[in-house]
Design a protein around this ligand. Sequence first.
Ligand code: DON
Length: 601
Amino acid sequence: MEKRIALYSASLFIALAIASCKTQSPSGSADSKVSQSQGVYQYRDEDPTVKPFFSDRQGVIGRNGMVASAHPEASQVGLTILQAGGNAVDAAVAVQFALAVVYPGAGNIGGGGFMVYRDNAGKAFTLDYREKAPGRATQNMYLDSLGNVRPGLSISGHLASGVPGSVDGMVEAHKRFGKLPWAQVLQPAVDLAQKGFALTVRDALGLNRIKTDLNTINPGKPYFLKSLLPTDTTTWHKGDILVQADLAQTLQRIQAQGRAGFYEGETARLLAEEMQRGGGLITEEDLRNYHAVWRNPLQAKYKNYNVITMPPTSSGGVALIQLMRFTEPFPLRRWGWNRDSTAQVMIEAERRVYADRAKFLGDPDFVNVPVDKLISPDYLRTRWTDFSFAKATDSRAVKGGTIPGYESLETTHFSVVDKEGNAVSITTTLNGGYGSRVVVGGAGFFMNNEMDDFSVKPGVPNMFGLIGNQANAIAPNKRMLSSMTPTILEKDGKLFMVVGTPGGSTIITSVYQTILNVIEHGMTMQQAVNALKFHHQWLPDKTIFENGAFSDATIQAMQSRGYVLERLTNTLGRMDCVLVRPDGSFEGASDPRADNTARGY
Ligand code: DON
């Protein structure tokens, strides 16, 4: 079957691939200036404008286990749990709770996420602990009487939150696969909240940035402010100790009572009261009714790899597989990393995939998502017929829409592998940085603003510029569509890579590029993470790229074919990945773009 698909796609695209070689500009010539020696990628380029890596950070090597996450304290917690005899799931649960303390911008108990798990026998599982719309949510809840979107309501404040799923997700994951006692796995997070931890520069800047919102949205509440004095202008600095006493108590309730410590009793009451105070919709009943869902993993072959990824409610897995299948037949390696033809087929694939996302993807418990069809070679062929190397496709011809702006990137991904070879890939989020910025009074944690991931009105872009329609319309108890793409790859049947990142709509394309950087361009895991990235999402019809991702020659070649390219002043992705090396050791790769850290042993 696999072979049949591979052959099929090969014959499907071969004509295009041959045609492309003829239309190569010098910058994309077959003689690409990339070479590989002993499996290590080397970039050779006479063009001084190209600096393909964000930094020269090296991967961390371990033989017994690896944790890569967004914060050094959280990665250390994961490592400690592994060294105490915990398995990858124990460590992942501990990291999720630790991030809720040390990385409040995205780590959370007030949000949700997805877990992809592959055990050491090769069996794969996915857990959907995405938030849900409250029972009282309605399709047009963010529209005024004229049907216009009321700006900001789905992004900031109490009405922006979905019913949180993270705690139930962790309870479920641990119940099914954990080895150490629940209380032990929660203890590091409790300690970090109770005793405090030293802020990094980035932690301090993040909290200083939201000071005004903290005061306006949470008047009189003591959370995350250095001082409560209204006149005080003191700001946080590196090394300041952040103690979170109320959060510590919330975590202790979860530690003592499991699910009931959050979805019932004191925490549920505090959360529902907070919602009432600020005009939010979440009730104690919503909390009692929330349950994470085990879903069948989405799996697909790519050459001698098996991609294990998240099915809907994420759009990420479907999109990743579509992207990989679209470009599989092309000689990306020969063309060279980010050369014009390589970039062109990837961008054209991305354009089509995001158009599909807008049209077809939504919560599978509410709408019929034609997953098999969307990833089938027959279907993908129909999507490729208007592709030409001579000229960029016009997104309006693929489908219509308008545009956005890009917000600060605050979701978080972590990857864990234990000494038995069990692997966890988790992406978890509050959506925007610090979510809705509502802190639950008495409980001390941020609530998500995940409602903005719904299509609040057909054709109106969300904060990531993504457009949706009925499939992702708001309905009571429905999950909002996500781009989060936690993924695990097998090579020749064995664990090979654990990968994922935050980045809103750019998650999918960053994961796609990072995977191809390793398996097509021969990079190490860390080089693949360091490598500069680009992104196209159908609408707006432009390719954004990190400075240096394309050489000047490539930019000129692309522009001459009609591509609109926009150089970013900020960055794309904050990957946390693990690669199994040929000798069986692990390479932990954390993103040098932020505080991300890998710890192994
Ligand atoms: O689920 C999603 O697709 C978004 N809520 C993810 C948000 C995100 O990645 C924010 N930035 N890093």
